[in-house]
Structure formats: structure tokens, C-alpha cells
Design a binder for this molecule. Structure first.
Ligand SMILES: C[S@@+](CC[C@H](N)C(=O)[O-])C[C@H]1O[C@@H](n2cnc3c(N)ncnc32)[C@H](O)[C@@H]1O
Length: 403
């Protein structure tokens, strides 16, 4: 006998499901929407096998089967009390989709798949806390060019709030940084890159985002690393005194250049000895310095959505998902030096400047610059920080409304 849903039935995309108690978060829908579109772009015409390792009520598995053309869906959750809910929700999967449900610890399930050489085009690992321990096994069960869609809810370690925990869980230094969500994503991708390289594989981040609570990134595993892919692993330094930032690849480590703290006009704080590193420099890493988003993949995801909607399907992207898609599509995430408008305001001694005007001025000046897609109110550039401040000050002077 089917039990009545204790929390009412919900609808999301084409899925109608009982969320059960506890873990379902309606606000996480944009992440599920992007996952559905991503799967639609994978192995078109071929197999689309999905492993939903921490399925909760099974909404992701259900949507992969109903909206993304999954050929096989395996929904797993370690909590055996969730199994009846998974059974009921996944009963709505189309008959042609091969289905499995289980209540195993994720690492045991992955090890079992590995022993049986079972592979998936998409492994969705929507973890609580930091999923680092599961990453190597999750990569091993990916088919060629398969994607690991990874989530972490550990916001403290990768944002510099728990430095010992960051070393334990990420094998990296994590320091306070103005674009802290982006830093967390780069540290997470760095973990996946190192695990993939250890297997002789390469990676390509397809999209990465956060709302400050969960850090999600979809990473494609490639047969081998691209040329100089290792150069993308490095360190990101931020001077808490003057605001300067630098990056260095681990391939070419050298002394950090002097920042403005050493100059006479620097802020009133401890001045470094000539040649000594600035004491206000906070260095994070190793982390991923390369792109956070793959604009061409995001474009393909939008194209499959448009085609499906034109053909009369219910859209997979909700309003928040559409906003997220636009933000990610316009910013690939390089260079890794990223500041907030608030940082600029503080250093200029006024209100935050208009970032669009600053980005335009930086580009006119010959630098790479763009608005940040991961955190609203951020911008990135490869220009020297003093030049950024100079152009921002000019813009603020020319546009009193920006004060
Ligand atoms: C963030 S919730 C999943 C939410 C779901 N994916 C969604 O989109 O609504 C995490 C789930 O992982 C399960 N879980 C926690 N540790 C696990 C483990 N080691 N192996 C498998 N499942 C686990 C929990 O029971 C919980 O249901």
C-alpha cells in the first residue's frame, strides 16, 4: 500500500515527488536544473548512465530520468529509512530507463562498481560536508569523458575560517579572501585535479557556482591532461593591507613581488623589510587557477533547453536557474584575481564604484577584465592593483552618482 506523502507532493521540472522529511531544499533547484541540462548534452545518441550517490528523496535521479534522457538511473542513499521513499518517487521513471535503488555507504557502492567495472556518464555526489574522501573512487567509476557533479556543504574550511580543517580535508591552505566562494570552488577543483592526474587523466571544469552555503562544480574527466594542464594548479595571494592579489603556478614558484604596503604611501601598518614578503600577504592553495566555467558547454546546455521547449516540453530551467546560467555564461572565471566592489570602495575611501564602467575602462587600457559570475558585485582582472585603483578613482570622480 502506498503511504500518503507526509509533506505534500512537490513539482519541479517534470518531476512530481514526495520530498519526505529532512533533506530536500527547494532553494537548491538551480543546481538540479543545471544537472539535468548537463546530462542532456552528454553522450547524445549514446548511453547516459547516472549514479545519484546521495539521493535524499530521489528528486535528482527522477529528473535525470524524466527530463534528461538518462538510459539508466541508480539512486542510492546510505539511510535505509529513505529506501521506501526512493522506491515510491522513482516509480514515476519511464519504463525504458533501467533503474536501481540502494541504501549503501557511498564508498562501498563505488568500490563495488569499480570491482565490477561498472561505469557512468554522470556521477552526482550531493554530499553533506566535504566529499574529498570519495573523489578518487567517484572518478574511477566515470566513463570516458564522464562528469563528476560534486557538491560540498563545508563552507568553513575552504573560506579561511578553519585553517587546520582545510589542510586536513583539502590538503591546502585556505585564507580569508574577498571572493571567498570562488576561492572555495577553486580549492575543490584543485582536489579533483590532483586525484584525476594521479589516475593519469585530465579535467575540464564545466560549471562552478555557490550561494555561499553549498559549493557545486561539474568537472569532466578527460582521457589525459591537456597540454600544460598542471600549470593551472597554483597559489593565490591576497594582501590584507593594500588589497593587491597575485597568482603563481606551482610549476614556476618564485618570490612574491613587493606590494604597495612597502611603499611610503601604503596604509599605516607594519612595513616589510626590503625584499621580505609583506606580513599582510595571505596565501591560499594549491588551488585551480584556470577557468571555472566552460562557456561552450553552457551554450550547448542552453541550446538543448531551447530545442526541448520549442518542441513543447516543460522548461527544465526555473527562473533562478536561468539567472544563474546567464551569470556563469558571461564569466569563464579567468584570471583568478577577483575583488568585490566593497574592497575597491574601502581602498578608495568612498562608496563602491560602478563595476561595469571600471571593467570597460580596464579593457580600454589593454587589460583582461570582467564581472564575476560566481559572486554578485565582484570583478576580475589581470591589471596591477594600483592601476585598477587609479581607473576606479577616475570613474568615481567622473561619475558622482557612483559614490
Ligand atoms: C544533501 S542530501 C541529498 C539531497 C538530494 N540530492 C537533493 O537534491 O534533494 C545528502 C544525503 O546523503 C545521504 N548520505 C550521507 N552520507 C552518506 C554516505 N556516506 N553514503 C551515501 N549517502 C549518504 C544522507 O542520508 C542524505 O539523504
Amino acid at each position: 500500500m502506498t503511504r500518503p506523502p507526509a509533506h505534500g507532493m512537490l513539482e519541479e521540472g517534470l518531476a512530481r515527488f514526495d520530498p519526505g522529511g529532512g533533506f530536500f531544499r527547494p532553494a537548491s533547484r538551480p543546481g538540479r536544473d543545471l544537472g539535468v541540462l548537463l546530462l542532456r548534452t552528454l553522450a547524445s545518441g549514446g548511453e547516459r548512465r547516472v549514479l545519484d550517490l546521495m539521493a535524499g528523496c530521489g528528486v535528482r535521479a527522477l529528473r535525470y530520468g524524466l527530463e534528461a534522457g538518462a538510459t539508466a538511473v541508480w539512486a542510492n542513499d546510505a539511510d535505509p529509512e529513505r529506501l521506501p521513499l526512493l522506491q515510491e518517487n522513482l516509480a514515476a521513471l519511464p519504463a525504458g530507463v533501467a533503474q536501481r535503488r540502494s541504501a549503501c555507504q557511498a564508498h562501498r557502492l563505488l568500490a563495488d562498481c569499480l570491482l565490477r567495472q561498472e561505469r557512468f556518464e554522470l556521477v552526482d555526489l550531493d554530499a553533506f560536508g566535504c566529499p574529498t574522501a570519495l573523489v578518487p573512487l567517484a572518478l574511477e567509476v566515470l566513463a570516458f569523458d564522464g562528469v563528476l557533479y560534486l557538491a560540498s556543504t563545508d563552507g568553513r574550511s575552504p573560506t579561511g575560517h578553519d585553517r587546520p580543517a582545510a589542510i586536513r580535508s583539502l590538503g591546502a591552505a585556505a585564507r580569508a579572501h574577498p571572493a571567498s566562494w570562488e576561492l572555495a570552488l577553486r580549492l575543490q577543483i584543485g582536489v579533483v585535479a590532483r586525484a584525476a592526474w594521479a589516475l593519469g587523466r585530465g579535467i575540464r571544469p564545466l560549471f562552478s557556482f555557490s550561494e555561499g552555503r553549498t559549493f557545486r562544480t561539474a568537472i569532466q574527466l578527460r582521457r589525459k591532461p591537456a597540454a600544460r594542464e598542471e600549470a593551472q594548479l597554483g597559489l593565490l595571494a591576497h594582501c590584507h593591507g593594500c588589497g593587491e592579489q597575485w597568482t603563481q603556478s606551482l610549476l614556476q614558484l618564485r618570490r612574491w613581488p613587493p606590494c604597495r604596503c612597502g611603499e611610503p604611501q601604503g596604509p599605516p601598518q607594519e612595513k616589510p623589510r626590503p625584499g621580505a614578503p609583506c606580513p599582510a600577504l595571505a596565501v591560499s592553495g594549491p588551488l585551480w587557477l584556470g577557468p571555472l566555467q566552460d562557456p561552450s558547454r553552457l551554450a550547448s546546455m542552453a541550446a538543448v533547453e531551447s530545442a526541448a521547449v520549442e518542441a513543447g516540453s516543460v522548461p527544465s530551467l526555473g527562473q533562478a536557474g536561468t539567472r544563474l546560467w546567464h551569470a556563469l555564461h558571461r564569466d569563464a572565471g579567468v584570471p583568478a584575481r577577483c575583488w568585490t566592489a566593497g574592497d575597491l570602495g574601502r581602498h578608495l575611501g568612498g562608496g563602491p564604484p560602478r563595476l561595469e564602467a571600471l571593467v570597460a575602462a580596464l579593457r580600454l587600457d589593454g587589460w583582461t577584465a570582467g564581472l564575476g559570475g560566481v559572486m554578485a558585485g565582484t570583478f576580475r582582472s589581470d591589471a596591477p592593483w594600483p592601476r585598477i585603483l587609479e581607473l576606479a578613482a577616475r570613474g568615481t570622480a567622473a561619475d558622482p552618482a557612483a559614490r
